[in-house]
Design a protein around this ligand. Structure first.
Ligand code: GLC
Ligand code: CA
Length: 546
């Protein structure tokens, strides 16, 4: 199975107001089907004040008016099903919007039905009478994780922006609400959920202080994989099971051992984990702390998870989503744009697991560089900019935003070289990357060598090949800084994926047991590939049969 992710606001505008919507999605369903994917994951479609673009939900059982009506959603759902694909919704339940009616009630006082829906704590009073925050945790979007609510004279916890108060999952009524939300969509025919920061939902009861010197993630030991997480996930799993629904959990800062607890065996509580290791080949923990791209680091991340989950669980494979800058700009090369875009596709699409393709990734879309921080909309970028590295020259600080901002993944999809990249007939809600005149879907549709058609061929190849689906994984020459070679093998069949990350020719040998003369080419990103000699960012996929 493979999944296409839609971040709807920038996907396609169907009603001409400059904002992507479900009318635009409907028009593009045949295109999505043509990629060969099996399901669509929609980033949040719910009403939201957009403090974090949909990840701050103000109504879990409705569609954002910007994106259409419930009727239009059902139309999309029916058409997706008719095309033989599935629909996966984002389930954002660690927190709500601060405009959600539950929170509006909760903040009003300590004795209404919603008072205990969120995590409220008294201030710690200093001798002077001044307040200290209930603990020293930082928000993951920078700044303290607590915000004052005067009406209660208490602070509420928010692991993300202050407009995203964390739900109190220890309250059984909150968990009833979650189950009711799941049922609402599953009854309608939705096929599964991608569950936002799901490993954060159970906090350590005492909310102890984290390391004082660690920025951004100091509280993590007390909210990640918390004491009741397995039990709560089990309760949600029971609902999903009734409907045979798929559950994919987002798990920041996890590792193989932790992940295995959730995704192994018949009684697993999640079907797959989205882990962040493949996003860290050019940074330290977060893109904001950037360093030069290291192919070795990327290969280690890939192989650690391939080997760690092999035979036990199914990997979620991805190189892009709405939270990360565009991968060609990070791990590839603008000079070898087409070559590196296809090479990166080959680097992950043939691993064991379920590949995700993020809108525009299949077109080789790249990062934007806006001049000033005011032009950026991503709350994480803005907070990081205003809180860190304040003594550096402005140019250096903007560079940090250019390499890290989530906004680079959120520019309108480039459909053609028409005005506004064919995304909308109106002025789009956000900047269009000006390279749309050359990088766009229409230009690639009929070009057999395009990135778009490489994705199509790769996904089709994978789907029809037992070895690529179920075979074992083995990495060759792991020490090489410019070559990524991995093998997939099943019974008598062995497939080698051979990829160069070099800007000039790269010579390589085959591992022992493979004879160049007997290999059969399955796919490549250059004409007439030759085994052992790789052109810049050349990718070759060869098969050997006994
Ligand atoms: C997840 C989402 C991200 C969001 C955050 C808070 O990481 O993918 O977009 O900002 O959770 O909901
Ligand atoms: Ca619209």
């Amino acid at each position: 199975m493979s999944i296409y992710q839609i971040w709807v606001r920038s996907f396609c505008d169907g009603n001409g107001d400059g904002i992507g919507d479900l009318y635009g999605v409907y028009d593009k369903l045949d295109y999505i089907r043509s990629l060969g994917v099996d399901a669509i994951w929609f980033s949040p479609l719910y009403p939201s004040p957009n403090a974090d673009f949909g990840y701050d939900v103000s109504d879990y059982k409705a569609i954002h008016p910007d994106y259409g009506t419930m009727e239009q959603f059902q139309k999309v759902l029916a058409r997706v099903h008719a095309l033989g694909m599935k629909v996966i919704l984002d389930l954002v339940i660690n927190h709500t919007s601060d405009q959600h009616p539950w929170f509006l009630a909760s903040r009003r006082g300590k004795d209404n039905p919603y008072s205990d829906y969120y995590i409220w704590r008294d201030p710690i009073l200093k001798r002077s009478g001044a307040h200290r925050l209930p603990n020293n945790w930082s928000s993951q979007f920078a700044g303290p994780a607590w915000e004052y609510g005067a009406e209660r004279d208490q602070y509420y916890l928010h692991l993300f922006s202050k407009n995203q108060p964390d739900l109190n999952m220890d309250n059984p009524r909150v968990r009833d609400e979650i189950r009711s939300i799941m049922r609402f969509w599953l009854e309608m025919g939705v096929d599964g959920f991608r569950e936002d920061v799901i490993t954060y939902i159970s906090k350590h009861e005492k909310l102890p202080n984290g390391l004082p010197w660690l920025p951004v993630i100091n509280g993590m030991p007390y909210y990640r994989d918390g004491p009741n997480l397995m039990r709560y996930l089990g309760e949600f799993r029971a609902v999903a099971r009734e409907y045979g629904a798929l559950q994919i959990g987002e798990a920041p800062m996890t590792n193989v051992k932790r992940a295995l607890r959730y995704v192994v065996g018949e009684d697993r509580v999640l079907d797959m984990i989205i882990q962040f290791d493949p996003m860290m080949a050019d940074c330290f923990m977060t893109e904001y702390l950037h360093h030069a791209f290291s192919l070795r680091k990327l290969k280690r991340a890939f192989s650690r998870w391939q080997n760690g989950l092999n035979g036990k669980a199914w990997n979620a494979l991805y190189l892009e989503n709405h939270d990360h800058p565009r991968v060609i700009s990070r791990y590839g090369s603008m000079r070898f744009w087409r070559e590196s875009g296809t090479a990166l596709a080959a680097a992950y699409l043939f691993q064991q697991g379920c590949p995700f393709v993020y809108q525009g990734q299949e077109l080789g879309m790249t990062n934007i560089k806006l001049r000033s921080i005011e032009q950026y909309l991503d709350v994480a970028s803005k907070n990081l900019y205003h809180m860190f590295h304040k003594n550096e020259p402005q140019e250096k600080r903007m560079q940090r935003i250019h390499v890290s901002s989530r906004d680079s993944a959120r520019t309108p999809v480039q459909w053609s070289d028409a005005p506004n990249a064919g995304f909308s007939t109106a002025e789009p809600w956000f900047y269009v990357n000006q390279n749309y005149r050359t990088i766009n879907a229409a230009a690639q549709e009929n070009d057999p060598g395009s990135i778009l058609n490489f994705y199509r061929r790769a996904l089709e190849l994978r789907k029809n090949c037992e070895t690529l689906l179920f075979g074992g994984y083995r990495e060759w020459f792991p020490g090489s800084a410019k070559l990524y070679m991995y093998e997939r093998a099943l019974e008598g069949e062995r497939i080698l994926v051979i990829i160069s990350f070099r800007h000039s020719e790269l010579r390589c040998r085959l591992p022992e047991g493979f004879s160049a003369g007997r290999g059969e080419l399955l796919l490549g990103n250059y004409p007439e590939p030759e085994i052992g000699t790789l052109r810049p960012y050349e990718a070759q996929i060869w098969r050997w049969r006994r």
